[in-house]
Write a protein that binds this ligand. Structure first.
Ligand code: ATP
Ligand code: MG
Length: 179
């Protein structure tokens, strides 16, 4: 049995809804325990997300959310747009460096799996960095299609499975639930 206290590597992946919100739920819990939280967003959504305002209300001494990617990334393109790659690299460097300081109790790399599966970021780089992260720092990686090498090294992996989604019945994203 290893020591009782340990910084975990956690992955929320799969096609069902709930990956980013599970990360935010963990953040909510962590903040209450006095942990400082950083969320780096690799893909910026098209809405104004409620959590950005909640983070402001709580204040940067508790949580910072940094949207660092672009709104839209071309899917199915042969090669990713160099500008998207640059933004992903910048987000990764910022998140990695912040994680290494040990100032944060929880660091969330939101949609990083997406950036990796579209070859905008090498999985090996992420594995290497996670191997030498500060011991007590918890890390969450979100996004569909988590890379096998990350799944292998993670302490916790949850795959969201879609059973039902309102979208299937033509119900669009709802304020306060989806953004
Ligand atoms: P959320 O941010 O709501 O937890 P997520 O992080 O699991 O969702 P993403 O792949 O990041 O899912 O997708 C972001 C957006 O797509 C959200 O607005 C979400 O509601 C929506 N979405 C997620 N899963 C599905 C699905 N299975 N079908 C349709 N829309 C979805
Ligand atoms: Mg998400």
């Amino acid at each position: 049995m290893e020591g009782a206290k340990k910084g975990l590597v956690m992955i929320y992946t799969g096609p069902g809804k709930g990956k980013t919100t599970a990360a935010l739920g963990t953040a909510f819990r962590a903040i209450g325990q006095g942990l400082k939280v950083l969320m780096v967003q690799f893909i910026k959504g098209s809405w104004h997300y409620g959590e950005l305002d909640t983070a402001q209300m709580l204040g940067p001494e508790h949580i910072e959310i940094r949207p660092m990617g672009r709104g839209f990334v071309k899917i199915g393109a042969e090669k990713p747009d160099p500008e998207d790659v640059r933004l992903v690299e910048e987000a990764w460097e910022f998140g990695r460096r912040s994680m290494m300081t040990g100032d944060y109790g929880l660091v969330i790399f939101d949609e990083i799996n997406y950036a990796i599966s579209y070859k905008m970021l090498a999985a090996e780089k992420v594995v290497e960095a996670l191997k030498c992260k500060p011991e007590m720092t918890h890390v969450i990686l979100t996004g569909r299609n988590a890379h096998p090498s990350l799944v292998e090294m993670a302490d916790l992996v949850t795959e969201m499975r879609e059973v039902k989604h309102p979208y299937q019945r033509g119900i669009l994203a709802q304020r306060g639930v989806d953004y």
